[in-house]
Design a protein around this ligand. Structure first.
Ligand SMILES: [Zn+2]
Length: 217
């Protein structure tokens, strides 16, 4: 009898532990899904602004896991000299260099994908390059800056350097469908427009500001 009770107790304990772990895992997965949705929407905004579609790609060469863009970004070390991300498969964790694919005018191109820290670290002394030259000579930096900051000018601003070239024409018309669906700050950054201007426009159109989904449990 005692043995049976003990076994029952153990299996109950294990079940409780498992469900706590499962809950935590579900929470992490849900947060990841929300981040992925936000990232996808941000890339749609970039596409509306620039007419270019960006897709970070990371297929693990060891286990073939196809990582999502958010997993790729989360796997970076934020080290300017380490260009690898970490495989999100818990049994693998292999480090490898991801790529960035973009489509513009029915043309597909790709370059290494840099994390935000690597992108910023490579900017100094390049502020005199026009966007066209920058795109040609510093492909990976230029394209990665678009993914992380909406453009090279915004990336320069992050490190306190003024960039004299404007890239996106008529941003206000293009951002309209995104008002209220992304934070004003994100739209402002991608469109290279002040947060004040975005807020004013949103209020004039009577669109409620974006609120992050709360029910993570
Ligand atoms: Zn892997």
């Amino acid at each position: 009898m005692g043995g049976l009770h003990m076994r029952m107790g153990m299996s109950l304990g294990m079940r409780v532990e498992q469900s706590v772990e499962q809950k935590l895992e579900q929470r992490i997965e849900k947060r990841l899904r929300l981040r992925q949705r936000a990232f996808a929407l941000r890339m749609e905004l970039v596409q509306a602004l620039r007419g270019e579609r960006y897709v970070p790609k990371g297929d693990c060469p060891r286990c073939n896991k196809k990582m999502t863009p958010v997993e790729i970004i989360q796997g970076f070390n934020r080290d300017p000299n380490d260009f690898t991300t970490r495989c999100s498969n818990r049994r693998c964790r292999h480090r490898f260099a991801p790529i960035l694919v973009w489509h513009a005018n029915a043309v597909r191109a790709e370059a290494p994908f840099y994390c935000a820290a690597q992108t910023l670290a490579q900017l100094p002394r390049k502020e005199t390059l026009s966007p066209e030259r920058f795109a040609r000579e510093q492909q990976a930096v230029y394209r990665s800056a678009i993914v992380h900051y909406g453009g090279i000018g915004q990336a320069f601003r992050k490190i306190g350097i003024a960039y004299a070239f404007k890239e996106v024409a008529d941003p206000k018309r293009k951002i309209k469908p995104f008002l209220g669906k992304l934070p004003d700050t994100v739209i402002a950054e991608c469109a290279d427009v002040s947060v004040y201007a975005i807020r004013k426009m949103r209020k004039q159109l009577r669109i409620a500001r974006y609120t992050a989904p709360k029910n993570l449990n």
